[in-house]
Design a protein around this ligand. Structure first.
Ligand code: NAD
Length: 365
């Protein structure tokens, strides 16, 4: 029997409710003990909704508690680094939302703090846990596609045209669509293909988002709502990404367009978030066929959830909490760790520089 693993959540907004709370519930003998949020109304609302959790006035108070083994940082991006470092220093294992930091330098200090304090560290690159992505990774690694030549990823969603809050300002988010959505897909590139040698890219901002949903004026956005970039991987594979919040008709979240394809010398394979339980496989000389994801990739082993049951746009997200807890219990590195989060930041920094200087830029990991 696994010893009880006691969690705290710092920042109990959207993603804490959608992913982290139910995620902890799928960890064998995992328990959410305490929560905190800078918004006192929000923390009171969550405490009432969730029941049986203690509330703390702030992160420092929560991190001082001896009955918490691990914390999840689910705040706006600019707070990830200070909170993760504080958590590591307090001896808590720490899972941090993506993008883990505001830039690569900050991400590296987070990784160093976690290593120094000997705590497990994970980045919430949640989409690695989509069963179709896990199976695609297996096929690439096993050589079923032959030698990979091209990688491509697309994320098209229809967001509202009004303010998206902290997500729309550099000071709180770092970047717009690049960090919000494309960061996961940069991670797909690392996950499936490996390190990137150089990049060039573009940004575009169409919406000012200077009104909230009720029509009240808010500070206008200063971030991208569309980005595209191309890259060469160190292995020579080509990479192409496009990501936008402005693709009308594409919907939002788990049912919208999230596409990733690898073309190898023997076959091509496609992942689509809309179809998390199958991939498309096209063999040399043939055409694409739907291949169901085999049972072993349908959930992370050890999760208490029943594979294939529940909302197919959401349930696999819980598996990251299971991976986090397995790494804690085994005393091994998490996958994806802060190192993966930092690698993504290195690519994002290079893309920003490439856009600013309108040229190709080498990635400095
Ligand atoms: N991995 C994924 O698929 C995924 C999906 C959505 C969001 N995210 C990430 O999760 C993070 C949170 O996003 P969200 O959509 O839940 O945002 P949100 O605005 O809904 O929630 C953030 C919460 O953090 C709280 N907060 C702000 N400052 C705080 C502080 N100092 N201490 C404690 N709490 C504080 C806010 O009051 C709010 O309740 C972001 O980094 C975002 O990029 C990741």
């Amino acid at each position: 029997m696994n010893e009880e693993l006691r969690f705290g959540i710092i920042g109990v907004g959207g993603i804490a409710g959608y992913v982290h709370k139910p995620g902890i519930e799928t960890v064998p003998n995992g328990r959410l003990v305490a929560i905190t949020d800078s918004n006192q109304e929000q923390v009171a609302k969550r405490a009432q909704q969730w029941g049986g959790v203690r509330t703390h006035a702030n992160a420092t108070e929560l991190l001082a508690q001896n009955d918490i083994d691990a914390v999840i940082v689910a705040t706006p991006n600019f707070l990830h680094a200070p909170l993760a470092i504080e958590a590591a220093k307090a001896g808590k294992h720490v899972l941090v939302e993506k993008p883990i930091a505001m830039n690569h330098a900050e991400a590296k200090t987070m990784l160093a703090a976690a290593v120094e304090n000997d705590v497990r560290h994970q980045t919430a690159f949640t989409y690695r846990f989509v069963p179709a992505m896990r199976y695609l990774k297996h096929l690439v690694d096993r050589g079923d596609l032959g030698t990979p030549r091209h990688f491509r990823a697309q994320r098209f969603q229809e967001f509202t045209d009004y303010s998206v809050g902290w997500r729309q300002w550099k000071k709180t988010a770092g970047t717009g669509e690049l960090g919000d959505m494309a960061s996961h897909r940069i991670d797909f590139g690392h996950f499936l293909i490996g390190p990137i040698s150089n990049v060039c890219g573009a940004f575009k901002q169409f919406e000012m988002r200077d009104r909230d949903a009720a029509g009240n004026p808010v500070e206008p956005s200063d971030t991208d709502d569309w980005t595209a970039f191309i890259a060469e991987f160190k292995s020579g594979v080509t990479g192409v990404w496009e990501s936008t919040k402005l693709a009308k008709g594409h919907g939002f979240g788990g049912v919208s367009h999230d596409f990733c394809e690898v073309n190898g010398t023997e076959a091509s394979a496609i992942y689509e978030l809309k179809h998390p339980y199958r991939i498309l496989l096209g063999k040399k000389g043939g055409s694409f066929e739907e291949i169901p994801v085999p049972d072993e990739f349908m959930k992370v082993e050890g999760s208490t959830r029943v594979a294939g049951e529940g909302d197919p746009g959401a349930v696999w997200r819980y598996d990251q909490a299971v991976e986090f807890s397995k790494a804690i219990r085994a005393g091994r590195d998490c996958s994806p760790s802060f190192a993966d989060g930092a690698n993504c930041q290195a690519v994002m920094d290079a893309i920003l520089k490439a856009i600013e200087e309108r040229r190709w830029v080498e990635v400095d990991y």
